[in-house]
Design a protein around this ligand. Structure first.
Ligand code: BTN
Length: 243
């Protein structure tokens, strides 16, 4: 493991990606920053985080052994690692909002941005970016966001949380390498927010529809049971879960 600590950077994911192209990095190279000036979220969004109060870090993992069609398993093991780590800090009611937002008591406390590095048409390594709201106490323009401190009343040491997440990630990636696909998927599905509950979605055109979340496919598509009793798969660009 190698930990690179920075005060301020545009984005820990971008920094680690650039570094991985310039030099050969050891597995588990971590970049952590107090402040990000251009923190990036999923689907081209901006990740806002009050600097030094929250965790913002990226981990490089060698995944050259993973078949490209199993790419979503990286997302699954990351979400599971964060949940396992947060459980150790007694954070209550943890769930995964598809594809990989981490909720506690129905509020988003953590976001994940995974960027795979493909070399010669093959999965080579992955950069796992994690933004965890830890000690921040106000989210004025983000009504669905919260922090570990707001939920538990406790103040946390950022490094302790990071090292626990990284330790869990190592264990889960080892399980993935050992081929424990079914166990991983089962554990992920068990923690899915609103699984088997009547839910409302919005499609890309803005129309709303209802259904029941049943499962995810190997490629990470959400499988939803619709009103006409048919299960349909959607990818991240096609739908968002409203409630
Ligand atoms: C999301 O929920 O949209 C994903 C947010 C991911 C944020 C983290 S913070 C550390 C790393 N560096 C980035 O620029 N983004 C990720």
């Amino acid at each position: 493991m190698r930990i690179i600590k920075l005060n301020a950077i545009d984005s820990t994911n971008s920094y680690l990606k650039q570094l991985s192209m310039e030099e050969a990095l050891v597995d588990n190279t971590i970049v952590v920053a107090n402040y990000q000036t251009q923190g990036r979220g999923q689907m081209g969004t901006v990740w806002q985080s009050e600097g030094s109060k929250n965790l913002m870090f990226s981990v490089l993992k060698d995944v050259s052994w993973l078949h490209a069609d199993k790419g979503f398993y990286i997302s699954m093991v990351t979400a599971l690692s964060i949940i396992k780590a947060l459980e150790r800090f007694s954070i209550p009611k943890l769930r995964i909002k598809w594809p990989n937002d981490i909720l506690s008591e129905n509020m988003k406390v953590c976001g994940i941005l995974i960027e795979n590095v493909i070399k010669q048409n093959q999965l080579n390594s992955t950069i796992i970016g994690i933004g965890l709201n830890v000690n921040q106490t106000g989210f004025s323009n983000l009504p669905k966001a919260s922090s570990l401190r707001l939920i538990s009343g406790q103040v946390f040491v950022l490094d302790e949380l990071m090292l626990e997440i990284v330790a869990q990630l190592t264990e889960y990636v080892d399980a993935l390498k050992a081929g424990k696909y079914q166990e991983i998927k089962h554990a992920y599905e068990k923690l899915l927010f609103r699984k088997d509950k009547p839910s409302t979605f919005k499609d890309a055109e803005g129309s709303m529809f209802s259904g029941f979340i049943k499962s995810v496919s190997n490629s990470g598509n959400l499988q939803v049971l619709l009103e006409d009793n048919v299960v349909k798969e959607f990818d991240l660009k096609e739908i968002s879960l409203l409630y």
